[in-house]
Ligand binder design. Sequence first.
Ligand code: FES
Length: 111
Amino acid sequence: MRWVELPDWAPPGPGRQASLFVEQKLVLVFHVDGRLHAIEDGCPHGGASFFGVPCEGGHLRCPAHGMRFDLQTGSAQGSPEFRLRTLGLAQQQGVWHLGWPGPKSDATGSA
Ligand code: FES
């Protein structure tokens, strides 16, 4: 995982969501049941945006064709070949970092 520092960023409160641009990509962060989930925006089926889509029971329903995705695993219900691009989130020394799948960097030591 490659980690990118998010200076001055604070996560959304419980039950809320936030968006941010990182490396020219829209990232959505959901605070669900005490856990933070980050995804790169874009449905793996056809690319529709999840911006503003409410999280329901830890799931997101795509506004384009209705596929339902588990925020924890990224998998689509009934179609596991379609997966959201889930990202890592970690806080180190008071600064949040976003983890992109890929080669490891030295920004943080763990996923
Ligand atoms: S674009 Fe999301 S289900 Fe088709």
